[in-house]
Structures are given as C-alpha cells and as structure tokens.
Design a protein around this ligand. Structure first.
Ligand SMILES: [Zn+2]
Ligand SMILES: [Zn+2]
Length: 466
C-alpha cells in the first residue's frame, strides 16, 4: 500500500493525495490550487495522474481548497463515486457551481487582456455546468457510518468541527487478515466554536495525517468573543454608526448570525436591523438549516427554543441586487454582513465604498485577510483605500475579532493527536500548512515524545506495510 501527496503538502491549498491499495486508487480530496494566476491555471488544468485511473474519491469537506477541482477531475474522465457526508454534498452543490462561475469570469477577464495583445482566447478550467454534472457522482453518508469505498477499504467519517459537514476520515484497510487504520484529520476545527460540534476525539490509528494551518500559532479563546462583539455593536450604535462585516458566505456568516442571535436573546445588544447581503450566503444558510445533525448541543437547544437558529428579529437575507442597492440609502444604525470575505469582489465592495469615510462606522474583521487583498489593507489601516478604481479615505474604525478561526491552533492540534494510543501509533505525517507552521507542530510533537514525524513534500511517496 502506498500514498502519494500531490497538493496541500508544505502548502495550504490544492489538497490532493492518492492512496493505492492492491492496485486500486483512492483519491483523498481534490482541491483547487490557489496561487499565482498562471501557475494555478496550469496546476488545476493538468492532473499529475490520470483522472480516469482513479477508482473512488473520499472528500473531507466542501471548502474549495479540498473540493474545488472535482468538476475538472470528472471532466477529464473520473467516473467513480465521491464519498462524503450529507452536508458536504449539499454545500458542494452550491459551492462548486459558484466556483464554476468564477472560473468563467476569470477566463472572460483574461481573454479581454489577451485580445488586446493578439493572443488566442483561453477556456475556463471548468464551468458551472461541469460542476452541476459532477454532482451526480456524490455518494453521501452520515457521521460514524462505515462505508466501503474500495475492495477491503472502509471509510468512516467523524465530525471535524471545521465547517458544516467537515470530516475526519478513518480508513480501515484489510490485507492478509490484518487491519490497518489510517486517520486523516482533514481541516480540524476548534473546541467551543459556535454552531458546530467540537472535533471528534479518536483513540486509535496506525498512521495519522494531520493538518497544520496554524501549527505554530495560538488563537484567542472563543469563550469571550460574544462580550467583545456586544461591545463593538453597542459602541457603534451609540455613535449612530453602521457595522460592516466582510465574511465568507459559508461558515463565518452563519457564525456571526448565530452570535448576534444569542446576544439579542440575552438582551446584550439592541434589536438592530441586520442584513446578510450575499446570494451565496442565503443559499448556504438554507443548507445549514437542513443539517441539525452537525450542530452542537447548544445550537440544538436554540433550535428547539426558537425554531430557526438563523432567523430572528430584524434579520433580513438579501438576494436581489435592487434590495442590496437600497441598503446604501439606509441612514440608521444597522449591521451588514456581506461577501467576499477578503473584500476582493462581491457586494461588500459597495458597502465599504459607501461607509468607509464615516468615522461613526465600524468595519468588523472576523476572518483571515491574505496579503495583497483589500481586506488586508483595511486591517493595516492604510489611510487611502482604492475601491473600483477610486480612492477613499479610511475614517471608519477597523476592529478585528481573532477568535473566529475555523482551524485548530498549535495546542489544540497537539491535544487532538495526543488522544491516540501512543503504542499503536506508528507515524505522523504533517500536511496542509506553510512549512514554518508544519515545522512548529513537528517540534511540538517531538517535545512530547513522538519520534516518527514527517512533513512530506509535494510529489513524495510513502510506502506502508500492513
Ligand atoms: Zn477547510
Ligand atoms: Zn483547507
């Protein structure tokens, strides 16, 4: 049996690993690689293996860096089943289509540039239609229900508490009367986060593959986040200002809505108009409503009490553009949650443009802002911000809430791994992290006594004896 790492190794995007058991090939995740445009297009367009030669696929969760290249995989000849949880399948139903639209717009933009220099046009890597077609290959299951994925290989999903439907995958492999258990953390969430259950504790594995996005960092504790959020809302309300929240449509938006719902019920914030202004958020929230099996106890309790976790008071979901435009004319204090999360595109840009120059307003940053994004420039407090080609003076307050991370930090990763029976655990492979983060986790693991720890590179093979 062997495993080869093709992406998400010493890197956080484009996760893709191939497990070969008795000649059968199982693909673990099929993420879109995100990076410099030209390199990304090449990597996403061409697979380092023959897609038609893959027998089955196991998908950890719906984030695009894990699922985003499935339409292309199917387009190039993969006809097998894609095993994942129910919520992951449903989220992929909207997220892959959205990604297809983005690929189409990206090609259109590139082609305008290419036409000017007389270069031939490019085609999108895949289209929204390709994404729709690939959905037919999904086979979904609940958590803790072992599913046969290939001859002698059974997959069991455990809740990873990272986004709705996210899974830690255990693969039990039978060979010569012996069973070997490989555990893939997928992206691992954090304890005490809103809505989702805490990451499941697993106690035995022969080999563990762990993510390490924040392998070298410590996050703020989530427990105090509601108090901080309440203070931000109340301070802005007292100034007569608006709160603009750039947030990813899937996950962060629902967490903020949930936190605001709790604060409203507890009377800690006034009943303000709240708008969720992003078509993808509206659809994603519908899917959150359909999957109470992914909720933690507290959220189930709230559901029983209020019947709708994601709807309350003056909260409105905005779908059409006309309604979105009306928000601009609104003068009273309110909260607007909109995408994209890093302020690179989407309706958030209109809200920023209209509110950034008023010092009564607050721009609330609740997610990671990558380098070279508009979101990062806001966090850095750059005095003049360019939006749609025009300069705007940054007068609104920019406030960061760090506790909303969906990834376990250094201590949380160590504590999750230390639950495995140390006598049985042979090897740990560290994936899904920039090298410094993976190395910090490796050092942490060796300081608590783990000796067989490796950080594989892209393209590296590992052979495993059952
Ligand atoms: Zn993820
Ligand atoms: Zn990821």
């Amino acid at each position: 049996m062997e495993i080869q790492f093709y992406g998400g190794a010493r890197d956080v995007t484009g996760t893709m690993h191939v497990l070969t058991v008795r000649g059968k090939k199982i693909l673990l995740d099929c993420g879109l690689y995100q990076g410099r445009r030209e390199e990304a297009r090449n990597r996403n367009r061409n697979f380092p293996f023959d897609p038609a030669g893959i027998d089955a696929m196991v998908l950890s969760h719906a984030h695009i860096d894990h699922s985003g290249n499935i339409p292309q995989l199917a387009k190039l000849g993969f006809t097998g089943n894609i095993f994942c949880t129910h919520a992951t399948r449903d989220l992929c139903g909207i997220m892959l289509q959205d990604s297809g639209h983005i690929q189409e717009m990206d090609a259109e933009f590139l082609n305008k540039k290419r036409a000017r220099t007389g270069q031939p046009p490019v085609t999108p890597i895949y289209t929204a239609r390709d994404a729709m077609r690939a959905m037919n290959q999904f086979v979904s299951s609940g958590y803790l229900r072992p599913v046969p994925v290939a001859d002698g290989v059974t997959a069991t999903f455990y809740d990873a508490g990272h986004i709705l439907g996210s899974a830690i995958t255990a693969l039990d492999i039978e060979e010569n009367g012996k069973t070997l258990r490989l555990v893939f953390s997928g992206d691992l969430g954090r304890p005490n986060m809103p809505i989702l259950s805490d990451p499941a504790v697993l106690d035995h594995a022969d080999i563990v593959f762990t993510e390490s996005t924040y392998g070298g960092r410590l996050h703020d504790d989530y427990v105090t986040v509601n108090d901080k959020l309440a203070k931000i809302v109340n301070d802005t309300f007292a100034r007569g200002g608006k709160i603009i929240v750039p947030a990813f449509s899937v996950g962060r938006t629902q967490e903020i809505v949930y936190a605001l719902h709790q604060l409203t019920l507890e009377g800690q914030i006034p009943e303000l108009p709240i708008f969720v202004d992003s078509p993808l958020s509206v659809n994603a929230t519908q899917i959150f409503r359909m999957h109470p099996e992914c909720y933690d106890e507290e959220t189930r309790e709230l559901l029983l009490q209020t019947r709708d976790v994601f709807g309350f008071g003056k909260l409105r979901y905005i779908e059409n553009v006309e309604e979105s435009k009306k928000l601009v004319r609104l003068k009273k204090p309110c909260i607007i949650i909109s995408a994209s999360g890093m302020c690179e595109a989407g309706r958030i840009l209109h809200h920023l443009r209209n509110n950034i120059e008023d010092e009564r307003n607050t721009i609330l940053v609740v997610g990671f802002m990558a380098e070279n994004t508009l979101g990062r420039r806001l966090v850095e407090g750059i005095p003049e911000i360019r939006i749609f080609g025009e300069e705007y003076r940054l007068a609104a307050q920019v406030v960061k809430l760090n506790a909303f991370s969906a990834h376990a930090d250094h201590d949380e990763l160590l504590s999750w791994i230390s639950n495995f029976d140390a006598e049985r655990l042979r090897n740990i492979y560290i994936l899904h992290g920039e090298f410094a983060q993976s190395e910090a986790l490796a050092n942490g693991l060796s300081s608590v006594g783990y000796s067989q720890v490796a950080i594989p590179e892209r393209g590296e093979f590992v052979e495993v004896q059952v």
